[in-house]
Design a protein. Structure first.
Length: 205
């Protein structure tokens, strides 16, 4: 069914919202109409926050987490254990693990996982910078905390092979996280226990 819009501005706004993941045309229409019911200042504030996000947000030069500064708050925090690196797929996984309050080390955000079917190889991820961090010294343990999917396991094994001769302890989160589950959707208690009860990677093979 072809939708007829009373305004080209309305149509354009709906089309833009519908580009967001998980947002269909009906949901996009509801969101746009909601904004139309708000006062101008509220909508301007909403728009400016999105523009500033895109223009000003940075990626931490150490771990590649999202940050307002060149170095994120976690990497800059002297109370964190900088000898431990927890390797995760994305920003959401950092937030999920932080919510457990069970981990006090640092992170390394890969920006994805190896997926040949999607054309994503090791060079498309932040794996080389992880290797450089480990080779720079002062790292005692690398925790592989990727989702227990085929792609996550493939990426874990690739990193394990790259770091197996580094002398650094390599561990993987306990399999309290169900197979094929994404880390960000795992409840905090289960995820927290998986971090605390991590095991050496070679035992998990």
């Amino acid at each position: 069914m072809i939708q007829h819009y009373p305004s080209q501005l309305l149509e354009r706004a709906v089309e833009e919202f519908a580009k967001l993941p998980g947002v269909g045309s009906k949901t996009a229409m509801r969101l746009v109409l909601h904004l139309l019911r708000q006062d101008v200042k509220s909508v301007e504030s909403f728009g400016q926050s999105i523009i500033r996000l895109r223009q000003e947000v940075k990626f931490c030069k150490v771990c590649h987490n999202i940050s307002d500064t060149d170095t994120c708050d976690i990497c800059a925090n002297p109370r964190r254990d900088h000898s431990i690196i927890c390797v995760v797929e994305n920003i959401q996984d950092v937030m999920a693990i932080e919510a457990t309050q069970q981990y006090r080390g640092t992170y390394h955000v890969l920006g994805g996982v190896i997926s040949p079917m999607d054309g994503i190889g090791p060079s498309d991820l932040q794996i080389q910078s992880l290797i450089e961090r480990v080779n720079a010294g002062d790292i005692s343990e690398v925790i592989l905390a990727l989702s227990p999917t085929m792609e996550g396991d493939t990426t874990n094994f690739y990193i394990y092979r790259k770091l197996s001769d580094s002398g650094v302890k390599l561990s993987v989160i306990a399999r309290g996280v169900a197979q094929n589950d994404e880390l960000q959707y795992t409840d905090e208690v289960t995820l927290g226990r998986s971090i605390v009860n991590r095991t050496p990677f070679n035992i998990s093979l």
